[in-house]
Design a protein around this ligand. Structure first.
Ligand SMILES: [Zn+2]
Ligand SMILES: [Zn+2]
Length: 188
C-alpha cells in the first residue's frame, strides 16, 4: 500500500537558452507529491505516517523554498552572486532562517545561506523529479513522485526496494540499532 504526502515550494527559475518565455526569470508555486510504498506496519496500521514523510522531505527540500534555482552554466549565476556579495548577503542575512542543511549531489547543489540552488540540468518539472528522487531515495521507499508547476506537470514511478523496519508504536523508521528515535521502542 502507499502513504502519500504533498508539499508546496515557491521558487524562481528560468530555462537558460530555451526558446520560449521561460527563458526569462519567473516564479512558481510548485506542488510536490511523494508516494511511499511498503507493507502496512500492523502496530500502527499505516505504511508510514504522512507527517513524517513530509518532515523528512522538507528537511532537504526547504532549500528550494523561496529560493532561486539556476543552471550551473547560466550567466545570471555569477551576476546574482556578485550583487549578493556587494550587498553583504552572499553568506547569509539575519532574516534568512528557514534553511536546510547544505547539500551537493550529482544533480544539484544547495547554498542555503543565500537561498540558491544550482542545478546541472534545466529545472523543469522532469528535472525537479530527478533531483528530489536523488535526494530522498535512501531515506524513503519512494514509489512515485509528481511535480506540478504552473501548467507543467510530470510524474515518475520508481521501484521501492528497501526494507525499512518501522516502529509498531509510532510508525517511523527505526535507526541502525533498531531503536525508534521518537519513542525509544527497541526491536527485539
Ligand atoms: Zn517556470
Ligand atoms: Zn516509536
Amino acid at each position: 500500500m502507499r502513504s502519500i504526502t504533498t508539499l508546496e515550494l515557491q521558487y524562481a527559475h528560468r530555462f537558460y537558452n530555451f526558446k520560449g518565455e521561460a527563458q526569462y526569470l519567473h516564479g512558481h508555486t510548485g506542488v510536490l507529491t511523494i508516494e511511499v510504498e511498503d507493507s502496512v506496519e500492523p502496530g500502527v496500521n499505516m505504511v508510514f505516517p504522512c507527517n513524517e514523510i513530509q518532515k523528512t522531505a522538507w528537511e532537504v527540500l526547504k532549500n528550494f523554498d523561496h529560493a532561486l534555482i539556476l543552471r550551473e552554466d547560466d550567466p545570471l549565476l555569477p551576476a546574482v552572486l556578485k550583487v549578493y556579495e556587494e550587498q553583504g548577503i552572499r553568506n547569509g542575512a539575519p532574516t534568512n532562517k528557514m534553511k536546510g542543511p547544505a547539500f551537493k549531489t550529482e544533480l544539484a547543489t544547495a547554498y542555503p545561506e543565500c537561498r540558491l540552488v544550482v542545478t546541472k540540468e534545466t529545472m523543469t518539472v522532469e528535472g525537479m523529479i530527478k533531483i528530489v528522487y536523488d535526494l530522498l531515495k535512501d531515506k524513503l521507499n519512494i514509489a512515485k513522485i509528481t511535480f506540478t508547476s504552473g501548467v507543467n506537470a510530470g510524474s515518475a514511478d520508481f521501484k521501492p526496494d528497501k526494507k525499512i523496519d518501522r516502529c509498531p508504536w509510532c510508525g517511523i523508521a527505526l535507526n541502525e540499532n533498531g531503536v525508534c528515535p521518537k519513542c525509544g521502542y527497541k526491536k527485539k
